[in-house]
Design a protein around this ligand. Structure first.
Ligand code: CDP
Ligand code: MG
Length: 158
């Protein structure tokens, strides 16, 4: 198995509900190596770069849903003028899949109860989005692309 790197974000719903610590506890249980951590104020540019590949795809063919996704990661629905997201990079064998498993399925109702999203996620019926607490890169290519967006090379340990 190859050594991989992967990105995790504790999203604004997770930050608002003070779930960063509990989420990291579960990430640490993978026994992967934590090589980068940073608190980030999410700009519109950063949000759009992060989600660029989802624009016009799947449910996001609906422009309103895509804009909601952008606003969500900018903390606009969670009352955070600082737009805080906690970004982490994990490294190790099969890191992408290992972290995805710890984070769980996209829809909190489908996510394993042992996962971050299964344990802490919820569906916001009022606004029609998932409050699924954390982002995890979907594959190695996505991971490297996303890490480069959120971190400068010197901010990550080798
Ligand atoms: O985050 P993940 O890779 O599991 O799912 P995605 O398909 O890449 O979608 C990105 C994000 O869009 C999800 O994590 C949710 O925050 C949001 N989403 C949503 O709110 N409602 C959906 N029906 C699909 C995605
Ligand atoms: Mg994804």
């Amino acid at each position: 198995m190859a050594i991989e790197r992967t990105l995790v974000l504790i999203k604004p719903d997770g930050m608002q509900r003070h779930l960063a610590g509990l989420s990291i506890d579960r990430l640490e249980n993978t026994h992967l190596e934590l090589i980068g951590v940073k608190i980030v104020s999410v700009t519109d540019k950063l949000a759009r770069e992060h989600y660029a590949l989802l624009e016009g795809k799947g449910p996001f063919v609906d422009k309103t849903l895509y804009e909601r996704l952008i606003n969500f990661i900018k903390g606009e629905y969670h009352g955070d003028p600082k737009r805080r997201v906690l970004a982490l990079v994990y490294q190790g064998e099969n890191a992408v899949q290992g972290i995805r498993k710890a984070v769980g399925a996209t829809n909190p109702e489908d996510a394993s109860p042992d996962s971050i999203r299964g344990a802490f996620g919820r569906i916001c019926r009022k606004h029609g989005y998932y409050e699924n607490v954390a982002h995890a890169s979907g594959n190695v290519e996505e991971a490297e692309r996303e890490i480069a967006i959120w971190f400068k090379p010197e901010e990550i340990l080798k």
